[in-house]
Design a protein around this ligand. Structure first.
Ligand SMILES: NC(=O)c1ccc[n+]([C@@H]2O[C@H](COP(=O)([O-])OP(=O)(O)OC[C@H]3O[C@@H](n4cnc5c(N)ncnc54)[C@H](OP(=O)(O)O)[C@@H]3O)[C@@H](O)[C@H]2O)c1
Length: 286
């Protein structure tokens, strides 16, 4: 029996990292409302997972378990908690992440490591922790939340872009490795959404020199304007729901304002110098 066929007959178990806020929280609440058994994670969740009555909890109706994606031990414990309670895990949404801004020259290697530890190695840790179970079950869905910045290098967010480019390449390859085991691995590529992301953005500690300050401030101003004027993330949640009902989902799903989908199409189709000029002009760094 295929995994999709089997899973439609029972309550599917979903684990979403970074569900205390923004996209993860919207996904948790939406899928919970659609009848899935959803576990969200947060670094700040209380240690004891209490049985959350229907309609209560935060996100609404979901147990929120403590999990820090930068810790092997925390990820293993979090996944074990879900498996001990449910005996299976059907969908994982690797969503936890944050943004690091600042010129490359003014970003330390330690700051870059922190960025990768959450956005890339966090995704790797979760995948490694859930793949044995999904293989034994004969299937599952892994959705890796990338970004439009995982397809287009964004000035003064080079390390954030690099971490999401890494998620893109990793996901493309993993998808091929695990397809014969019935595991579907998919990229979700949001454009700008209004979430906690803007307030949580880290700025490289040394990012203040006059060499970059003016252009960095302009680029960050554009990013923050686009994020704070973006839509709330329910459309990402609806997309995630559509993906996990597909027997054969595509590798990539972009979601966000039409202008960002146009930018992705232009990157594929326009001459590269013209595209680069467009990005530099848009972020006011020329
Ligand atoms: N908003 C956008 O415009 C946008 C665009 C493209 C892509 N994205 C991506 O979407 C994802 C979600 O971002 P968001 O916009 O929803 O931002 P958000 O509102 O700031 O939410 C980020 C979530 O990640 C969690 N998190 C951060 N570091 C973590 C860690 N080390 N371990 C576990 N959880 C961690 C936070 O939980 P705790 O702090 O409670 O642990 C929080 O729930 C990120 O991967 C981001 O790169 C966002």
């Amino acid at each position: 029996m295929t995994v999709s066929g089997a899973l439609t007959r029972q309550r599917r178990v979903v684990l979403i990292t970074g569900a205390s806020s923004g996209i993860g929280k919207a996904c948790a609440e939406f899928l919970q409302g659609q009848g899935y058994r959803v576990y969200g994670t947060s670094r700040r969740a209380p240690r004891a997972v209490v049985e959350t009555p229907e309609g209560e909890g935060y996100p609404q109706g979901c147990p929120l378990i403590p999990l820090d994606v930068t810790s092997d031990e925390s990820v293993e414990r979090g996944v074990a908690t879900v498996l001990a309670r449910e005996g299976r895990l059907d969908v994982v949404v690797n969503n936890a992440g944050f943004g690091l801004a600042g010129a490359v020259e003014e970003t330390t290697v330690d700051e870059a490591r922190e960025q990768f530890d959450t956005n890339f190695f966090g995704t790797l840790r979760l995948c490694r922790a859930v793949l044995p179970t999904m293989r034994q079950q004969g299937g599952g869905y892994i959705l890796n939340v990338s970004s439009i910045a995982g397809l287009i290098g964004i000035p003064f967010q080079a390390l954030y872009s690099a971490s999401k480019f890494a998620v893109e390449g990793f996901t493309e390859a993993l998808r091929l490795e695990v397809a014969p085991h019935g595991i579907r691995v998919v990229l979700v590529e949001p454009g700008d959404f209004r979430t906690g992301f803007t307030a949580s953005r880290h700025l490289a500690r040394a990012a203040h020199s006059p060499a970059y300050a003016d252009r960095q401030a302009k680029a960050l101003g554009v990013m923050e304007r686009d994020e704070t004027h973006g839509a709330t993330p329910e459309s990402v949640a609806r997309l995630v729901h559509r993906i996990i009902r597909k027997g054969s989902p595509r590798l990539r799903y972009a979601v966000g304002p039409a202008s960002e989908k146009v930018a992705l199409a232009l990157k594929r189709l326009a001459p590269s110098r013209l595209f680069e000029w467009g990005i530099a002009s848009y972020y006011r760094v020329r």
